[in-house]
Design a protein around this ligand. Structure first.
Ligand code: AMP
Ligand code: GLY
Length: 423
């Protein structure tokens, strides 16, 4: 088969790495890819949001399957358009992707189908939203309805922060139309777990549960980021929690979307808060997580592409889903200043050293090639993954590689996986 992957971040590098090992692959192409992806696949310079361009490419190059990484093309209807052109795609339709692309849709959906989530109200008027938060206890959570690159949710600790968030979202429109309407929801206490399920629209299988380290600095301090690291499998997601999550969250979501006439095929990602009253959904995503995928896929023994083919054919329960009995730790190396302002264009050294250790992998996010040199090209630059029999060993592997890689003003967290070192 000829496979096209859409996207150019660490998630897509991990997808390309895993799919390139499939027994079904003849040619693998990634659009637009990055400097790391270019080492293992052909890359083609078509942006992720050029849906027509991607479809033309797929048609002219006999692509048998297109795998979509990011949420934006899915929210824009890439799966519908490809289907209309008779092209096979792994990823949900625009209507099913609303579970991520509209928080208002997702929250109302969860209320209607009794899926556990935080209590909420919806506002499309800034003054009324401010009046509500003024009369409410803190912390409180304010979210843009639409996509905001993972930055549309604010946990406000006091009235100033809540007001600021509402003004940014609804009046200044920092996130454009995404902030026209907001969801204001109850703050939940607990442990966060990222749970990804692959679904064929009727049934689902879990991938390994992961923890995403969203905050910029050690000890979960500092601003939210796109993710500074991840570990898997999450040690707190035990068999009981797994069953409850499948029965009360994943299956009702799949059935609800099917009932609404928009069945979901692809990766259904539930961001859960494990509260003292059980798991509750913080958000749904309609795709693989980033950086979770970078640590989940190296643990997968089975053929990912084969699993995707089973999902597309409506037979996900027949897929072989085997995992290596290992732990994974992914450390993100970022540019100084991220998630705010940062500079690009610094040469990266040390990528090739120690290349032969099969327990170490480096997936690129924001990198590009200039002549013979790979240079930084984004806020998050590299994802360094270590595998081991326990989290201490996996973490040692990851950080041993991180220390070999040098670029000016690199910054990363030192504590990814350290809470679970005894496991
Ligand atoms: P979201 O974009 O909905 O995933 O939210 C981003 C982050 O905000 C989550 O990963 C949580 O850390 C935090 N968050 C979102 N909703 C809540 C909530 N209801 N209670 C506590 N924290 C939340
Ligand atoms: N790691 C969070 C996300 O992919 O949205």
């Amino acid at each position: 088969m000829n496979v096209l992957i859409v996207g150019g971040g660490g998630r897509e590098h991990a997808l390309a790495w895993k799919i390139s090992q499939s027994k079904y692959v003849d040619e693998l192409i990634v659009a637009p890819g990055n400097a790391g992806i270019a080492n293992i696949a052909k890359t083609v310079d078509i942006p992720q949001d050029d849906i027509r361009g991607l479809a033309n490419f797929a048609e002219h190059n006999n692509i048998d399957l297109t795998v979509v990484g990011p949420e934006i093309p899915l929210a824009d209807g890439i799966a519908d358009y490809f289907a209309h052109r008779g092209l096979a795609v792994f990823g949900p339709t625009q209507a099913a992707a609303r579970i991520e692309s509209s928080k208002v849709f997702a929250k109302e959906f969860m209320r209607r189908f009794h899926i556990p989530t935080a209590g909420f109200l919806i506002y499309d008027n800034a003054e009324q939203a401010i009046k509500f938060v003024e009369e409410h206890e803190f912390p409180i959570v304010i979210k843009t309805d639409g996509l905001a690159g993972g930055k549309g949710s604010v946990v406000a600790k006091n009235i100033e922060q809540a007001r600021d968030a509402i003004v940014h979202m609804m009046i200044e429109r920092t996130w454009g139309d995404s902030g026209k309407t907001v969801v204001i929801e109850k703050f939940l206490k607990g442990t966060e777990i990222s749970v990804l399920a692959m679904t064929d629209g009727d049934n689902a299988v879990f991938l390994q549960p992961a923890q995403d380290y969203k905050r910029a600095y050690d000890g979960n301090k500092g601003p939210n980021t796109g993710g500074m690291g991840a570990i898997a499998p999450h040690p707190l997601f035990d068999d009981e929690l797994r069953q409850i999550t499948m029965d009360e969250i994943i299956m009702p979501t799949i059935e609800g979307l099917k009932y609404l006439g928009s069945p979901f095929k692809g990766i259904l990602y539930a961001g859960l808060m494990i509260t003292k009253n059980g798991p509750k959904v913080l958000e749904f995503n309609c795709r693989f997580g980033d950086p979770e995928t970078q640590v989940i896929l190296p643990l997968l023994k089975s053929d990912l592409l084969e699993m995707m083919l089973f999902a597309i054919e409506g037979k996900i329960l027949e897929a072989d889903v085997e995992w290596h009995n290992k732990k994974g730790v992914c450390v993100v190396m970022a540019s100084s200043g991220y998630p705010k302002r940062y500079k690009k264009g610094y040469p990266i050294a040390g990528l090739d050293r120690g290349k032969t250790d099969s327990n170490i992998m480096v997936f690129h996010s924001g990198t590009t090639q200039r002549g013979d040199t790979i240079i930084t090209n984004g806020g998050r630059v590299l994802n360094v993954v270590g595998l081991g029999d326990n989290f201490a060993a996996a973490s040692r592997k990851a950080y041993s590689k991180v220390k070999q890689i040098k670029f000016e003003k690199a910054f990363y967290r030192f504590d990814i996986g350290s809470a679970y070192k005894k496991r």
